[in-house]
Design a protein around this ligand. Structure first.
Ligand code: ZN
Ligand code: ZN
Length: 458
């Protein structure tokens, strides 16, 4: 009996917005509010032409919004459903009005105010309402479980509250599918990116403040105008989401509402654990790659190569008496992990003496290849490999074709495959499309047709 009744309780996430009541102002209310705003701003209420024009614009906009209310409710429901559990939204009014203080805000009694004057300036008004309202509804959902704070709070309490508030804003941004750049004017990706770094620094600086009053003031400033606290909050919530499965993330949101401070601490620990595990796994695979490369150099499969620096690998290089130097970075823009260039302990010309350059059979590049080879043949293998790697590159990080050709030989690829690589990537023959499937499993490299056939790839 008990079992059967339990089975009936199948949960489907249901968000019910029936109790949302949209309140639009009529013509006379709009006019009154316009006049009031003009007065508040110190203007003259006699400017009838201006008032008429504004009134018409706002009335037209409201007339356009009214018929799409149920459509918007449906989209808001879908956004909320993606992350929140069942929720019967309480009776609240969505009040469209002129509100110079804020574009979307929650009033003391729990109603949501939408400023129609700012709305008028948005590119996509319907979309803006959907995102803005969803955002405020997330705050309302959070508030249902928040008690009012104690009057006397310690500095630590205040700092925890600040973090919770930032993460709640991040969550509201994430759920409502808003982008911070939409609220920061015409910013490019790069500008926002550097602003992100900046944001984290600013937040950390404020979190280090030891004075209660100063902290209160400065931490509030970080929220002004979708400020740094929002950016850091959104980044935090994104990194939590990235580490969790969908169901785990939904669980996190529910826990976050129930006990925000505890939940943040708990998940911070989980994230630290996970990133420690990832870096251990990465190191293990680096060491494996490094050992394999050393084997290949000792057995003569390759003449030189690179791997990521680890002390264990360096000791092994010393033990095996393989030559190595720190790899020079080829790019100032990209931050790459430090690498070693390793190779046989001899001059390039000695190491390559068995290899005849003409074996490459790339007449188009014959001059470039032999000129470049002339520059490096008297260097040691590691110097030569490092030199080739540090040469400036084509757009997209591609090496010059003569560099790629020489490296192909140094790194032990078959001359037929090197020729194929140069022909297909740089000389337009045969087309890149044809050989997509000809990669080796062990290590990805492009194989020529004959080799691909030999290895059973085609
Ligand atoms: Zn918010
Ligand atoms: Zn081949």
């Amino acid at each position: 009996m008990f079992k059967e009744s339990k089975e009936l309780e199948v949960e489907i996430t249901e968000i019910n917005l029936d109790n949302l009541c949209f309140k639009f102002p009529d013509r006379s209310e709009i006019r009154e509010e316009i006049v009031q705003t003009i007065k508040d701003e110190g203007g003259s209420s006699e400017e009838n032409e201006l008032i008429d024009e504004k009134e018409k614009e706002l009335i037209d906009m409201v007339t356009e919004i009214e018929p799409v209310v149920s459509e918007m409710k449906e989209e808001i429901t879908n956004l909320l459903k993606k992350y929140l559990p069942n929720w019967q939204v309480p009776e609240i009014k969505i009040v469209f009005e002129i509100n110079p203080d804020s574009d979307y805000s929650i009033r003391d009694e729990g109603d949501i105010s939408i400023d129609i004057a700012k709305l008028l300036k948005k590119d996509d008004i319907k979309k803006d309402i959907i995102h803005g309202l969803t955002h405020e509804l997330v705050h309302l959902w959070m508030m249902e479980n928040t008690e009012n704070g104690k009057e006397t709070e310690s500095l630590e309490d205040q700092k925890n509250k600040f973090k919770v508030r930032a993460i709640e804003e991040g969550l509201a941004f994430l759920i409502s599918d808003q982008r911070i750049s939409d609220y920061k004017g015409e910013k490019t990706y790069q500008e926002l990116n550097s602003q992100n770094l900046n944001a984290k620094e600013q937040v950390d600086t404020v979190l280090a403040i030891e004075d209660k009053d100063e902290f209160k003031r400065r931490s509030n400033d970080l929220f002004e105008n979708i400020g740094p606290a929002y950016i850091v909050g959104l980044e935090s919530i994104r990194s939590i989401k990235a580490e969790l499965l969908e169901e785990e993330f939904r669980e996190f949101i529910i826990e976050f509402r129930e006990d925000s401070e505890e939940t943040i601490l708990k998940y911070q620990k989980i994230l630290e654990e996970k990133s420690k595990q990832t870096s251990e796994d990465e190191k293990e695979s680096d060491i494996k790659d490094g050992m394999r490369l050393m084997d290949e150099i000792e057995t003569g499969v390759r003449i030189g190569g690179f791997f990521i620096q680890h002390e264990e690998l360096r000791q092994e290089l010393e033990r095996r008496e393989i030559d190595y130097i720190e790899t020079d970075s080829f790019s100032d823009e990209m931050e790459l992990p430090p690498q070693y260039t390793i190779g046989k302990k001899e001059k390039l010309s000695e190491a390559l003496k068995e290899v005849d350059l003409s074996i490459l059979d790339i007449p188009e590049l014959e001059n470039e290849i032999s000129t470049l080879y002339g520059k490096i043949k008297n260097m040691t293998v590691v110097r030569a490999v490092n030199f080739l790697n540090s040469l400036s590159r084509l757009k997209g990080g591609w090496e010059l074709p003569e560099v790629a050709a020489l490296e192909g030989l140094l790194f032990g690829y078959r001359p037929c495959c090197v020729k194929y690589y140069i022909d297909s990537r740089y000389l337009g023959k045969p087309s890149y499309e044809e050989e997509r499937h000809c990669f080796d499993d062990e290590e990805e490299y492009v194989m020529c047709k004959e080799c691909a056939r030999e290895k059973g790839k085609i």
